[in-house]
Design a protein around this ligand. Structure first.
Ligand code: GSH
Length: 236
């Protein structure tokens, strides 16, 4: 049995989708990030980096196995089941390249843009402009790729798509409703993934865990300072 530690953020959504696609039995252990539960000693034993998602697989290599970092979790699950990464070696590494692009660029650029948009004090125009530009640039890279291939790795739906979809489906909310009209290939691909039964089921599970955890706009100021490493928590 797999236990998924998380809440409703895009990095956790990836793991919900992968587990549903693979039909693996799992239970959810909500981690209330916006009340600071990721800093509890018990959670730090699972991930010393104090971030969700984490999975604990009671039937892992050598017994119970703990895995953190969403990209590592997706690779772990692909390895465990022998699915959602192409078996052809070139296609497999194409999938891994796009998965790494999500981990290194899509997630961090969107994440920083959302941070400066929602949480920064007024007067951070440089940061907003930098992360808007980088976010838009990586959308164009994904747009171009999906103009050339059906899925990110090529012909096959893979962990690369699962990793990237949670941010791409949020483009209208983050970059503006009109933006999708400028990204027809991403729109086509998001709609295709929206229709997958496992994705619908995963998103229902995400709604359920959101209902059990605190939304960012209900967080106390001191917790936000700790999560974002600012105020009394800033390194000096
Ligand atoms: N690269 C990590 C990022 C994980 C991450 O940033 N998780 C956020 C939620 S999306 C979190 O736990 N934040 C709490 C904190 O930073 O204190 C992954 O993909 O798993």
């Amino acid at each position: 049995m797999i236990t998924l530690y998380g809440m409703g953020s895009p990095n956790v959504v990836k793991v919900f989708i992968a587990l549903e696609e693979l039909g693996l039995p799992y239970t959810v252990a909500p981690v209330d990030v916006f009340t600071g539960k990721q800093f509890d000693a018990d959670f730090l034993k699972l991930n010393p980096n104090a971030k969700v998602p984490v999975i604990v697989d009671s039937e892992g290599p050598g017994g119970s196995y703990t895995c953190f970092e969403s990209g590592a979790i997706l690779l772990y699950l692909a390895d465990k089941t022998g699915t959602l990464l192409p078996s052809d070696k070139a296609a497999k590494f194409d999938a891994i390249q796009w998965l790494m692009t999500q981990m290194s660029t899509v997630g961090p650029m969107f994440g920083q843009f959302v941070h400066f948009l929602r949480f920064a004090p007024a007067g951070n125009d440089y940061s907003k402009s930098r992360y808007y530009t980088q976010t838009w640039r990586v959308c164009e890279v994904i747009e171009q790729r999906l103009g050339a291939t059906e899925y990110l790795a090529g012909a096959e739906y893979s962990m690369a798509d699962i990793a990237t979809y949670p941010w791409m489906r949020a483009i209208p909310a983050i970059l503006g409703a009109e933006t999708m009209a400028r990204l027809p290939n991403i729109s086509r691909w998001v709609k295709q993934i929206d229709e997958r039964p496992a994705v619908k089921k995963a998103l229902a599970e995400v709604d359920a865990v959101r209902a059990r955890t605190t939304a960012f706009d209900k967080a106390e100021a001191v917790t936000l300072d700790k999560v974002f490493g600012r105020g009394q928590f800033a390194a000096v």
